[in-house]
Design a binder for this molecule. Structure first.
Ligand SMILES: NC(=O)c1ccc[n+]([C@@H]2O[C@H](COP(=O)([O-])OP(=O)(O)OC[C@H]3O[C@@H](n4cnc5c(N)ncnc54)[C@H](OP(=O)(O)O)[C@@H]3O)[C@@H](O)[C@H]2O)c1
Length: 290
């Protein structure tokens, strides 16, 4: 469900996880735009100026409520999460999201909640918003449970499922891993048989900020336009960082001990019909740099 939405004056937008990869990209787009930005940090060091920063442990429901009551956001973009083990998944990713949704309901803020293509099992791509989730990893299960709790506390929330986020300024952790493998500094290889809709961080941040002014409710898929295996992705970005793509080691999912979804390609045609921002494929972004 969606319709154009206009706020009076500058919109107050609060970003959880402002020190994270996506959160920082959102804040970089902020200056000069028609919003007032607040953001939370936890163990990281806040960098972006012109932002009202608050230290917040999202596991603390009362602190979450107080932070929102103080900043009084009209829209919250929730990027904070952790997958550092089962306890973090439950306390931060699942319960932290529930605390935030409850606090948004209390202060009357809209919530744009970040979720993942990993809620799918990877067997029936491409996945549209109507597809049945069936996560096969603890991370995917926690993110699906977070979605469920967010929708229970705040049925009008926007749930954005995205794919592997990449960028080069600064470089993202997945690209960093590619470079370490190319340099022989990291064991293992890049999967030839695991496919994702790699999304460029600046396109994703722009699309999320565009969503701020759209009263869209429910699930929306924001994946990049090109589906690639991890090895294909690595081979495309290696030359950008001065590395030889031929040096990248390949691996198959079956050689990995944990289950991993094979192909979580997202069907993002609904987003294409709603947003001006284009979620470009990796080749298109790289071509634009020449
Ligand atoms: N990265 C991807 O490829 C990808 C793919 C699909 C979906 N997503 C989703 O996109 C979102 C953003 O991902 P990302 O890669 O940008 O994440 P990230 O770089 O790992 O950042 C995570 C953020 O969460 C904050 N955080 C961790 N524990 C916290 C706590 N207890 N209380 C409050 N904040 C806490 C961190 O703060 P400090 O750094 O200050 O500790 C950091 O700002 C996540 O919801 C993720 O599930 C990501």
């Amino acid at each position: 469900m969606q319709s154009g939405f206009r706020y009076a004056g500058r919109v107050r937008v609060f970003v959880t996880g402002g020190t994270g990869y996506l959160g920082a990209a959102l804040l970089r787009l902020g200056p000069g735009q028609p919003w007032v930005l607040g953001a939370s940090y936890f163990s990281g060091v806040p960098k972006q100026s012109g932002v009202e920063w608050v230290w917040l442990d999202i596991r603390d429901a009362r602190a979450v409520e107080q932070a929102l009551a103080r900043f009084r956001p009209e829209v919250v973009i929730h990027t904070a999460y952790s997958k550092a083990g089962p306890e973090a998944l439950e306390a931060i990713t699942v319960q932290g999201s529930a605390h935030l949704a409850r606090a948004c309901a209390k202060v009357g803020a809209r919530l744009i909640h970040l979720s993942t293509d990993q809620v799918f099992d990877g067997e029936h791509p491409p996945y549209a918003e109507s597809a049945q989730p069936n996560p096969i990893t603890p991370y995917g299960q926690a993110k699906l449970e977070a979605e469920r709790l967010v929708q229970a506390h705040l049925p009008q929330a926007t749930i954005v499922r995205t794919s592997l986020i990449w960028g080069f300024d600064p470089i993202d952790p997945n690209s960093q891993m590619v470079l370490e493998m190319a340099d022989g500094k990291r064991a293992g290889g890049l999967f030839v048989d695991e496919y994702r809709s790699f999304v460029f961080v600046e396109d994703l941040a722009q699309a999320l900020l565009e969503l701020v002014s759209l009263d869209f409710q429910g699930v929306l898929h924001l994946g990049g336009a090109e589906v690639l295996s991890r090895l294909e992705f690595g081979r495309l970005i290696a030359p950008l960082h001065g590395r030889d793509p031929a040096r990248l080691p390949a691996e198959r999912r079956a050689e990995f001990s944990e289950p991993r979804p094979a192909n979580c390609a997202l069907d993002s045609s609904l987003a294409r019909s709603l947003l001006h921002t284009r979620l470009r494929g990796v080749r298109e972004v790289l071509h634009g740099l020449r």
